[in-house]
Design a protein around this ligand. Structure first.
Ligand SMILES: O=P(O)(O)OC[C@H]1O[C@H](O)[C@H](O)[C@@H](O)[C@@H]1O
Length: 426
């Protein structure tokens, strides 16, 4: 369901380090590398707690009958994957009765004030998500919106409308939820935040959104069963080895490019996955992203003629679109576009992809890795999550770092707490 095409990458097969891939495959398989206590995502698509899943389905169904809006409150791994899945699967203008609104990923006073205003007199529920249970952004957003929900619905009703997803036993959010009588679902200890979208972090809100999460798991299991080879025939490893080979040649950044507007948050989710996993010890490709053809009209000039050997592109190409409209024939043809009449939008988008690849690779000397995706639905979402998680494990180990920690993120948090006067922080 994902094929890696290196025809336009300028890489020769010998530049991909098959031996290293084989060694690291053993390390991943035997769980003997750095950060090996965070490999729970490997078995998760089959090993997840089925009773908890059934319970989540029940709670989500009951919540669907009581609300119009689900406000999820979370940041980083407790935010991006949910939005990525929702927008990719349901689309940007869907007709499902439940709308998801995201909060807790900003401390912008304007954003929270406007959201709070918007939620006045609306039927909403809250899913507050934090693995550590101590993150400031979701913590303060929850204080505000929880209070509003209680005021709007009364304390007893609010208890039915608030669900927390957090650690099974530790953290302030777990304590708070227990004390106040809010339902909780568990993020396993051995799955880090950025690897957690297939845990209750993503699955519970997506169930509330009416998304078929069985199909998401089906896709993830398919990936788990497909991506078993210990060498470059494994497509996730091939992608990891290719980006490492370009990194070795001196490239500093990788832009993930999608031609599908509703996959913009796949890009955002991917940026956290690769950025937090690899940006360590002075190493790591800078993960950036673009949406084409939108950004060709703003970034296209830089990509075509800016400095070379800085950035390479990884293009997501969708084989089968969801809908397939065609351009209409217009009698007057004032815009001169009748030469496109009868052609489908997908055909035109696909031709654009070919044209752009040719312009960027041949004229622009910009390597392109192509990721061929079969489609853009629930099953494909599960597949791509597993694919990229396995790829980043391989890629991070190839770079010689621990892909499963994020020590650098703590530095800003410490400074912020110090400036805000948090007790016990010097
Ligand atoms: O889920 P939480 O514990 O609230 O964490 C949310 C996010 O914030 C942290 O700063 C980490 O760097 C991320 O990896 C994490 O996804």
């Amino acid at each position: 369901m994902i094929k890696v095409n290196l025809d336009h990458s300028s890489l020769k097969t010998v530049e991909l380090d098959n031996n290293k891939v084989k060694q690291i495959h053993e390390i991943i398989k035997t769980k003997s590398g750095a950060g090996n206590d965070f490999l729970g995502w490997i078995e998760w698509p089959e090993a997840f707690n089925k009773n908890e899943y059934d319970e989540m389905k029940k709670v989500a169904n009951s919540l669907r009958s009581k609300i119009d809006i689900l406000v999820t409150i979370g940041i980083g791994g407790s935010y991006l994957g949910i939005r990525a899945a929702d927008e990719m699967i349901r689309g940007l203008n869907h007709s499902d009765k439940i709308k998801i609104i995201y909060s807790g990923h900003t401390m912008s006073s304007t954003y929270i004030a406007q959201l709070s205003e918007y939620l006045k007199n609306k039927k909403f529920g809250i899913c507050v998500i934090s693995k550590s249970g101590t993150t400031t952004e979701p913590g303060i957003a929850f204080r505000t919106l929880e209070k509003q929900l209680i005021e709007q619905s009364g304390i007893e009703k609010a208890k039915e409308l608030i669900v927390a997803v957090t650690d099974g036993s530790r953290g302030a959010l777990k304590t708070l939820a227990n004390k106040k009588g809010y339902l909780t679902f568990t993020i396993p200890d051995d799955i880090g935040g950025r690897f957690s979208v297939l845990t209750p972090v993503g699955i519970f809100p997506l169930l509330v959104a009416g998304i078929n999460t069985d199909n998401i798991f089906k896709g993830a299991i398919k990936a788990k069963n497909n991506l078993v080879q210990n060498d470059l025939t494994n497509q996730a490893y091939k992608y990891a080895a290719a980006r490492n080979a370009l990194y070795k040649q001196g490239y500093k950044a990788e832009a993930l490019v999608t031609y599908e507007l509703q996959m913009q948050y796949i890009n955002e989710w991917w940026k956290q996955l690769f950025g937090e996993s690899e940006g360590k010890e002075g190493k790591g490709l800078f993960p950036t992203s673009m949406v084409f053809s939108t950004d060709l009209h703003s970034m296209g000039q830089w990509v075509q003629e800016g400095p070379r050997k800085v950035i390479f592109e990884t293009i997501i190409k969708i084989q089968n679109p969801v809908g397939n409209l065609s351009v209409e024939l217009d009698q007057d043809n004032y815009d001169g576009l009748n030469f496109l009449a009868g052609k489908s939008f997908h055909e035109i988008n696909s031709v654009a992809i070919e044209g752009v690849i040719d312009a960027h690779v041949n004229a622009g000397k910009m390597p392109n890795i192509i990721l061929e995706f079969e489609k853009m639905d629930d099953e494909q979402f599960g597949y791509l999550v597993y694919f990229f998680e396995l790829a980043v494990a391989m890629s991070g180990y190839m770079m010689g770092i621990n892909p499963f920690d994020q020590p650098g993120v703590e530095v800003y948090k410490h400074n912020m707490f110090k400036l805000l006067g948090k007790p016990g922080i010097k």
